[in-house]
Design a protein around this ligand. Structure first.
Ligand SMILES: Cc1cc2nc3c(=O)[nH]c(=O)nc-3n(C[C@H](O)[C@H](O)[C@H](O)COP(=O)(O)OP(=O)(O)OC[C@H]3O[C@@H](n4cnc5c(N)ncnc54)[C@H](O)[C@@H]3O)c2cc1C
Length: 511
């Protein structure tokens, strides 16, 4: 085996760079390993990744973060679901909720028994979302951490919306406390050793910094993974043709809905992310069908509150690096690939990248087997996130524009086609061991986009319909009562997390 690493350089101080620095410095406490972050305040960060999914809660735990302090310092709000508006045509909407459907008590997932009840008793079965606590709470604007049932010990499944710049700053504080050394310098080049490994980065002015291991968090540029090592990029535009975004903040929404909203527009979709002090908004669109001026006008004409800043424009190509770990460089964040934020997966992929890196942490021998495994699993995670995003486009119900018609005409990837075919039979979703999205995620999105199975699962016939009806009726009632008993989301933020909401929040110094 090789010698231990002596020095790591993390290139970039955005969400990816500081997440990596905070996590590695927390876990690897021996200061014999130097961890340096090089970022350029002149270049800045992308500053738009503000919606997350529930596993982020475990990242916070790994970092030893006090969640209420995190909520205050990053102006965060809670998130229970993503709402999809107008994806199936005008005035349509459905939720992709976090957490469970039903309260257990059936041998198969609850959705199968709901489908049988609906087939035999029609409206008596209600909708699938009547069995989702997070859906009912989200729609009622309610939130609390603990499940609202008698003697419940577990938490609700939740994630966060936060201010991306404040999040990077928060993580930087943690990392610097752990001994990470920050350099505000611009990198202008690199030096390779005889094996083609990165030996050093060359800084503006000509000096250089050497290290054994480099983590490329330089954003879309991919300074080391692409510009230095020429790793290559797999382009997924044929499935995800949107290649531009425009973002514009607006004033805060006093009711702070505890969910992200995604509204389909003529050639893309618009996000709405409510924070404590402002609302994040943006339009992801396809430049072959919409001009920059049109995109700006669609976004500014559909803001939920008065505009509170200028538009910022982004260009991207959806896809992933051919390798995420190449030689002595691992790419995280935008340097590793890009998936549009429809299912809030990018920050999550940074997290899983860091978690895998910690499990496969290298020494100076850089074992081939570890690197290959890292690349294989990361590619799979990217593909799983990609497939759910593609499904939204492929199964859209809009007939109004060429963009949406073109999306329906695509050939989906085989992995997605297989999932669709399986569901079309008996509403089955088979969760493989490492699947990113749960059976509930796929089921609610399939149902929400009107994918209907031909039949009900034959195993449900083993239970009398009266019994199914009774269990489902009492489940609905328990869930409605639970959601009704929860406090309004703004009240929870103010009382339990001591957050300062609204205009006052902008002036408040985070505690
Ligand atoms: C429009 C849009 C919306 C998004 N929304 C979401 C979302 O809701 N949820 C989600 O999970 N993800 C979202 N993402 C993705 C998310 O923003 C990123 O995954 C996340 O912010 C990580 O970015 P990063 O740290 O990789 O890159 P950046 O934030 O761009 O950071 C790059 C860093 O590298 C430094 N750097 C670059 N070049 C040099 C150089 N030459 N010398 C020195 N330093 C350098 C920069 O200074 C900066 O510090 C969105 C992305 C876009 C484009």
């Amino acid at each position: 085996m090789g010698e231990p690493l002596r020095k790591i350089i993390i290139v970039g101080g955005g969400t990816a760079g500081w997440m990596a620095a905070a996590a590695i410095s927390k876990v690897y406490q021996d200061r014999a390993l130097e961890i340096h972050v090089i970022e350029s305040s002149e270049i800045g960060i992308v500053g738009v990744g503000e919606a997350t999914i529930p596993p982020i809660v475990s990242m916070n735990r790994l970092l030893g973060i006090d969640e209420d302090e995190f909520i205050r310092k990053t102006r965060a709000t809670f998130k229970l679901a993503i709402q999809f508006v107008d994806w199936m045509g005008p005035d349509t909407r459905y939720l992709h909720p976090f957490g469970q459907l039903g309260l257990g008590g059936f041998p198969l997932p609850m959705s199968h028994y709901w489908r049988r009840l609906r087939a035999e008793r029609g409206d008596e079965a209600g909708t699938l979302w009547d069995y989702s606590l997070t859906s009912q709470a989200a729609l009622a604007g309610k939130f609390q951490r603990r499940l609202p049932y008698a003697n419940a010990q577990a938490d609700i499944a939740y994630a966060f919306h936060f201010d991306a710049s404040l999040y990077a700053r928060f993580l930087r504080e943690l990392a610097e406390k752990n001994g990470v050394i920050r350099h505000d310098r611009k990198i202008e080049g690199h030096r390779l050793d005889s094996r083609g490994f990165i030996e050093a980065v060359v800084l503006e002015g000509g000096s250089s910094m050497e290290a054994d291991f480099f983590i490329d968090c330089s954003g879309f540029r991919g300074l080391l993974i692409e510009q230095a090592l020429g790793t290559g990029y797999e382009d997924w535009t044929r499935w995800l043709p949107c290649d531009r975004a425009v973002a514009m903040p607006s004033e805060f929404m006093p009711d702070i809905p505890p969910f992200t909203r995604s509204t389909a527009r003529s050639a893309g979709w618009q996000w709405r992310i409510p924070l404590q002090h402002r609302t994040g908004n943006g339009l992801v669109y396809c430049s072959s069908f919409m001009s920059e001026d049109e995109a700006e006008s669609v976004l500014s004409g559909n803001l939920p509150t008065a505009a509170a800043g200028d538009p910022r424009f982004f260009r991207f190509t959806t896809g992933k690096r051919k390798l995420f770990w190449n030689k002595n460089v691992v790419a995280l964040g935008l340097a590793s690939g890009f998936l549009e934020p429809l299912e809030s997966t990018s920050i999550h992929l940074i997290q899983t990248g860091i978690e895998k890196l910690l499990k496969l942490f290298p020494d100076r021998s850089f074992r081939r087997e570890d690197i290959d495994l890292y690349n294989r699993i990361t590619a799979l995670e990217y593909e799983q996130a990609r497939d759910l995003i593609i499904f939204h486009y492929f199964a859209n119900g809009r007939t109004d524009t060429d963009f949406w018609r073109a999306c329906r005409a695509m050939d989906p990837p085989d992995t997605l086609a297989e999932r669709i075919e399986l569901f079309k039979g008996y509403g089955r979703v088979f969760r493989r061991e490492d699947d990113l999205f749960s059976e509930i995620s796929w089921t609610t999105v399939f149902e929400g986009q009107n994918l209907r199975p031909a039949g009900i699962d034959p195993l449900t016939l083993g239970m009398p319909i009266e019994g199914i009806g009774e269990v489902l009726r009492s489940t609905r009632e328990t869930i409605w009562q639970g959601a009704a008993a929860m406090p309004p989301h703004p009240e929870f933020l103010a009382r339990s997390c001591r957050a300062v909401l609204g205009a006052d929040a902008s002036a408040a110094v985070p505690a």
